[in-house]
Every structure is written in structure tokens, then in C-alpha cells.
Design a protein around this ligand. Structure first.
Ligand code: P6P
Length: 324
């Protein structure tokens, strides 16, 4: 059993990034502990406050965010951080060279019904003269990420990460309190018969997306010529983990409920890190019109339309959009 730090020391020659990932896991192990205690930890339910997104925060959203912030601020190579739960970025160590963006507890609406949630993180190199207390320092496209990953708090606690040379997964062994290597060089199957989308939004989608999903639902009698199964967990981390494990396509497309926004999910700490993982595993990640990791960010909480997973299926979804 290879422990996470042993693996990272042999796999990644960027010691600062290794320190950040290894250090971040201290907070994630604490989050895993509190989640698995559930109501016994007195941390379920609402925090009776909203985040910058105008979403009702769960107690564990706030606790997880604070745990990760404190943990990252103590790592010398972290120059600053940006969180879904923080309106503005937070400067950490002036001598640090890296920026960490994260969603501390993605899918947290599932906590009270005991469904899998996760922490998503993205690591960027800070420009030497950048001010980590301002958004500008973080507004780099997804292609600039040096590392990305998520911790999945499910029946077991898993870490899935990439430092730009393949995707690797680790299982938290509670007997020793360490993440141990589970899978190496994870690859997503090019084809799939499983799609994930929230069908209740169907009437708000672009006609192109409506047509694609309609064809998926027609199965072998339709133009796509095969039967599809559907999944929707309402927790992106769990959906993407399923896709990394057995293929599939995950979609949260543009919808007209809020015409001013290109989608629901956030580019910097959901779309980009998940896109890096999916592409490193041989999949594709698109807005349906362009590669997610080429989107030029204009704000740290910017939203993005998401279509990602098995490459051939994503290409099919894109073909419904691009020709029009
Ligand atoms: P809906 C969780 O809130 C999240 O950001 C993603 O993890 C998830 O895929 C999506 O939103 C679920 O959204 O509209 O189905 O509740």
C-alpha cells in the first residue's frame, strides 16, 4: 500500500504542489470525520445564512470552508485562495507561489439526506507580481492549472487527483488515517450508454440540447442507435467519479432560467478542475461550444455550461450544437 505522500514524492517533481495537496488532505480528513459522524457531530442542517451565490449555506459548508482556509493558509507555498463560500479571494503567504481555488463541499444540499458530497480543488501558479487578495490574480484559463482533484465523501473517502501526468485515486484508510494508492492512470471509456442531466430543466434548455437528449431517450430506435441509462445524483463530484470509473456523459447545460448566466456550475472551482481530470483521463470537457479549459475567466465565481465525459459521446453532443 503506497501512501499518498510517498506516491506524490515519486510522481511529481514540484515539491510546492506536493506540499499543498498533502497539506490540504489534513482538512479533508477532518471533513470526512465530521461527515461520517453525521448528526452525532451536531453539524447537519442549515447555517441560517447565504453564501455569495445567494445559496443557503449548510453548517458543514461553513465548517469545511473554514477548515480548508486555515489549512491552506498554514502552507508556505500558498500565496492565496478563492472559495465558493468566499465573496473575495484571501491572500495567505506573500512568499507563496501558488493559488488554490476550491468548492469546500460540493453537493452539500445532499448532506441532510446522507448522499455523497465532495471537495473540489484547483491549483494555479501565481504571477510573481500578482496580488493574491484581488480576483485578477486568479483569472487564468483552465489550461493554466498545475493540478486538480476532488475528495469524495462516500461509503469510503477517496482522493482523485492529477498533476498533469495522468489521473490517480487513493482511498482513505481510517485504520492509519492515510490515503493509500488505489488506481493508477485512470482512463475514461470513449463510448458510453449512460448520461447524467437534471431532466426537470428540459423546457429551459437550448433547442439543440433538447434535441440531443430527446435522441438519447429514443434509445436504439432513435438516430443514436443504442439504449441509454440515466443517472442524476445532484452531486457533481459523485457524477464525475462514476464517469471516471465506468464512463458516461455529465451535462449541466445553459438554461434560460437565468439568461444572464451561461450555466449553473462555476468555472474556476468546478468546471476547470473537473475538466482537467476528465481530459487527463482521455475524456472531453466542453461548454457544448468550446473547450471549458479555454474559457477566459472574468470573475472567480463565473458560471459555465458543462458537457463532459466519454469523448465520443461529448463529440456527439457538440455536433448537435456546432452545426447550428
Ligand atoms: P440541481 C450541487 O449543488 C451542484 O453544484 C453540483 O454538484 C450538481 O451537479 C448540481 O449543482 C445539481 O444541481 O439543479 O440538479 O440541484
Amino acid at each position: 500500500m503506497q501512501r499518498l505522500r510517498t506516491f506524490l514524492d515519486g510522481h511529481c517533481d514540484n515539491t510546492a504542489v506536493v506540499e499543498i495537496i498533502d497539506g490540504l488532505m489534513v482538512a479533508c480528513k477532518d471533513i470526512a470525520y465530521r461527515l461520517h459522524l453525521g448528526s452525532l457531530a451536531g453539524v447537519l442542517g442549515s447555517a441560517e445564512q447565504e453564501n455569495v451565490q445567494g445559496e443557503c449555506q449548510k453548517k458543514l459548508d461553513v465548517i469545511s470552508n473554514d477548515l480548508i482556509k486555515d489549512c491552506l493558509a498554514a502552507i508556505p507555498s500558498v500565496k492565496g485562495l478563492a472559495s465558493e463560500e468566499e465573496e473575495l479571494p484571501v491572500a495567505c503567504n506573500a512568499s507563496g507561489e501558488y493559488l488554490v481555488l476550491f468548492d469546500p463541499l460540493d453537493g452539500s444540499s445532499n448532506i441532510d439526506v446522507n448522499v455523497t458530497v465532495g471537495t473540489i480543488f484547483s491549483i494555479l501558479k501565481a504571477a510573481a507580481d500578482s496580488d493574491a487578495a484581488t480576483e485578477a490574480a486568479y483569472l487564468q484559463s483552465g489550461k493554466q492549472q498545475v493540478a486538480a482533484g476532488y475528495v469524495l465523501y462516500g461509503p469510503s473517502t477517496l482522493l482523485v487527483l492529477t498533476t498533469g501526468d495522468g489521473v490517480f485515486s487513493f482511498t482513505l484508510d481510517p485504520r492509519i488515517g492515510e490515503f493509500v494508492l488505489e488506481r493508477q492512470n485512470i482512463r475514461i471509456s470513449e463510448t458510453t450508454q449512460e448520461f447524467a442531466i437534471n431532466m426537470s430543466n428540459q423546457r429551459f434548455w437550448l433547442p439543440e440540447m433538447q434535441q440531443y437528449v430527446s435522441d438519447l431517450l429514443q434509445g436504439e430506435e432513435g438516430p443514436l442507435g443504442k439504449r441509454y441509462n440515466m443517472r442524476w445524483i445532484a452531486s457533481m463530484v459523485a457524477e464525475i467519479h462514476r464517469i471516471l470509473t465506468r464512463g458516461g456523459i455529465f451535462m449541466y447545460p445553459y438554461d434560460s432560467r437565468d439568461p444572464g448566466k451561461p450555466g449553473k456550475l462555476r468555472l474556476m472551482y468546478e468546471g476547470n478542475p473537473m475538466s482537467m481530470l476528465v481530459e487527463q483521463a482521455g475524456g472531453m470537457a466542453s461548454t457544448a461550444f468550446e473547450n471549458i479549459m479555454t474559457v477566459k475567466p472574468e470573475g472567480i465565481h463565473q458560471r459555465v455550461s458543462v458537457v463532459m465525459g466519454s469523448s465520443q459521446e461529448v463529440e456527439t453532443a457538440i455536433s448537435y450544437h456546432v452545426k447550428n
